[in-house]
Design a protein around this ligand. Structure first.
Ligand code: PLP
Length: 410
């Protein structure tokens, strides 16, 4: 399947790019949507060229339409702003079998004995993998509060890679992207930004100086809780080749059907994300005033520590909310600390009481979900035990509110 390079990505709004990028070439009677090519190998003879399809683990035309669309989104119209004042190379997206496969490929950029700077709060499986790499390959891990720019800059000294999540999972801390990515670039430290929570419609880290952007495509990009996929995006051709080679050698490749579903989901990203973000802003505002709530985290709230930064560098505030229910009277200082059996029971009771919201892990689907994050033993122990992570979907906001309200009061 040949896909024409998108003829007019430059100048188009991202809401248009999600619909129009990655289409087949326009020809009379041609398909308007990419097909699902099912091939493990391609006709190929003679010297192997990296630009030709030869074996479907190395490169696969099933991936190209989605990769083109994501590259156009993260690269931005006209390829985005020049970071070093020089010419800007186009972005390349590399699809993986899962977000974790993309994390593993990103971590492979740290040499044995090297140093990885990472947020103290970030997606927990990535943190587990970092610890394993540290133990097996002598990599030093430097944990930072990613919202504390001075601490991040100090930790960059002699480091090899900076991992940024912003907003973080599940604490919703917001990093100063231009400052920390600029500092990493100045210090010669490669940077990877996990953009899963914000999506390329919410922020474009390459424009702030990131070397690589990471996605769990499973979440907003695919958007329907029916596939597991991941991706990396970079403007650096040599880095793209290294990351592609990692994918080929580790076999962390996406299936054609899953890829097709992800592109199908991407077509409605702008509508879904706009709705989910608007509902999240409204729900966060109401939750902050709810008598049964001890604490709410959402960057839209004027009192949230990430509010000003999110306003400056994001388009919207994302659709993930952190909530700690108020423990029942007599539960001691659980309301303050968010720890202990009373706090845990109270939060679990809210999860048990919802009827519309789905009690489930994951996020970014059309359906609203919630879970108590510390039910995962691998979640960072500085995350309050009673923190509920809410992923706001696209249902009617009043229905979502009524269900949350009754569950908090139950
Ligand atoms: N990054 C973030 C922020 C995530 O939330 C997740 C999964 O929840 C991942 C990466 C890993 O992605 P996947 O589950 O697609 O492997």
């Amino acid at each position: 399947m040949s896909t024409a390079p998108h003829p007019s990505a430059a100048g188009l709004s991202p809401a248009t790019v999600v619909v129009s990028a990655g289409r087949p070439a326009r020809e009379q009677g041609g398909h308007i949507n990419p097909s699902v090519p099912l091939n493990s190998t391609y006709v190929s003879r003679g010297v192997v060229s990296p630009d030709e399809l030869s074996y479907a683990r190395g490169d696969n035309d099933a991936w190209h339409p989605f990769e083109e669309a994501l590259a156009a989104l993260e690269g931005g119209a006209d390829g985005g702003a020049a970071v070093d004042g020089g010419a800007v190379a186009p972005a390349t997206a590399i699809l993986f079998s899962s977000g974790m496969a993309a994390v593993a490929a990103a971590f492979s950029l740290v040499p044995d004995g090297g140093t990885l700077v990472l947020p103290r709060h970030a997606y927990q499986a990535g943190m587990v993998l970092a610890r394993q790499i540290s133990e097996r390959h002598g990599v030093t891990l430097r944990y930072v509060d990613i919202a504390d720019t001075d601490a991040v800059v100090a930790a960059l000294d002699g480091a090899d890679l900076l991992l940024v999540e912003s907003p973080t999972n599940p604490m919703l801390e917001v990093a100063d992207l231009p400052a920390v990515l600029g500092a990493a670039r100045a210090a010669g430290v490669r940077s990877v930004v996990d953009n899963t929570f914000a999506t390329p419609l919410g922020q474009r880290p390459l424009e702030h100086g990131a070397d690589v952007v990471l996605h769990s495509v499973t979440k907003y990009l695919a958007g329907h809780s029916d596939v597991v996929l991941g991706a990396l995006v970079t403007r650096d051709a040599a880095l793209a080749a290294t990351l592609r080679e990692h994918r080929t050698l580790h076999g962390a490749i996406a299936g054609p059907f899953e890829t097709w579903l992800a592109l199908r989901g991407l077509r409605t990203l702008a509508l879904r994300f706009e709705r989910a973000q608007a509902s999240a802003v409204e729900l966060a505002r109401r939750l902050a005033e709810h008598p049964e709530v001890a604490e709410v985290r959402h960057p839209s709230l004027p009192g949230d520590p990430g509010h000003e930064r999110a306003k400056a560098q994001m388009n919207g505030f994302g659709a993930i909310i952190g909530v700690r229910p108020r423990p029942r009277p007599g539960a001691g200082d659980a309301a303050v600390t968010g720890t202990g059996p009373a706090a845990v029971d109270r939060a679990d009771a809210v999860v048990d009481a919802v009827r519309l919201w789905l009690p489930a892990t994951s996020l970014g689907g059309v359906e609203s979900m919630l879970e108590r994050r510390r039910r995962w033993g691998t979640e960072a122990h500085t995350v309050p035990e009673d923190l509920l992570r809410l992923s706001v979907g696209i249902e009617d906001v009043e229905d979502l509110w009524r269900d949350l309200d009754q569950a908090l009061r139950a």
